[in-house]
Design a protein around this ligand. Structure first.
Ligand SMILES: N[C@@H](CCC(=O)N[C@@H](CS)C(=O)NCC(=O)O)C(=O)O
Length: 220
């Protein structure tokens, strides 16, 4: 008999932050029941969802009897603690700090600038039209990826993946930003190290299965 998943994951097909959690769950062989929050319909601002995450953002991972876990990086670290294999963080403190630093360049400094709530504000109150929003989105994603490319190309700890030859949270965050470029159909040029790492992630079924285009609700 198949056991039903013990986690609910509040999710939407295209979101970069939810993608990170999907990849980590897949890598660790865990499952979660997805509860769809339709960002296009504004469901993240419904009273019911704001009780789960007052920030009005997904993902949230919920296990009965426990408070919801929000913030994709906190969820990734939680999954790492409850299911340590395969490890998604290096074993040494300097390595862990470098991986977390790369992850935060992407998940904390890059991704939030292109979230729907930012688009909503800029287009309703900031005078942005669709073209200005697209230029903003491309600018900030390019800024984040170009900064990371510089690090990856110059730091000795870069290997097959962002950190050595082991998949880590840094690669998951990197792939989550590349997922944004794929959903919104733009390219960032001159990032050869990133392109090489992503080509490798693309061959991994845990990443492929998490792709926005393969989720319920994705346009066909
Ligand atoms: N730092 C948060 C970001 C969460 C976030 O902004 N999620 C987006 C989807 S990728 C969202 O739900 N946005 C709703 C909105 O901006 O209105 C995390 O990593 O979980």
């Amino acid at each position: 008999m198949t056991q039903s998943p013990k986690f609910d994951l509040y999710a939407f097909w295209r979101t970069s932050a939810t993608y990170r959690v999907r990849v980590a769950l897949n890598l660790k062989g865990l499952t979660a029941r997805e509860r769809i929050i339709d960002l296009d319909a504004g469901e993240q601002r419904s009273d019911a969802f704001l009780k789960i995450n007052p920030m009005g953002a997904i993902p949230a991972l919920v296990e009965e009897g426990h408070a919801p876990i929000t913030q994709s990086l906190a969820i990734l670290e939680f999954l790492e603690e409850i299911a340590p294999n395969p490890p998604l963080l290096p074993s040494d403190p300097y390595g862990r700090a470098r991986v977390r630093s790369i992850a935060q360049m992407l998940a904390a400094d890059t991704h939030p600038l292109v979230a729907p709530r930012v688009r909503g504000y800029l287009t309703s109150k900031g005078g942005f039209d669709a073209a200005a929003w697209r230029a903003w989105q491309i600018h900030w994603v390019t800024t984040g990826l170009t900064a990371l490319e510089k690090r990856l190309a110059s730091e000795k700890d870069t290997g097959t993946y962002c950190h050595g030859d082991q998949l880590t949270i840094a690669d998951i965050c990197l792939a989550s930003i590349i997922a944004i470029t794929r959903v919104f159909k733009f390219n960032v040029d001159n990032i050869p190290v990133i392109d090489r790492i992503i080509a490798l992630c693309d061959t991994n079924e845990a990443f492929a299965k998490a792709a926005p285009s393969r989720q319920l609700g994705a346009p066909v």
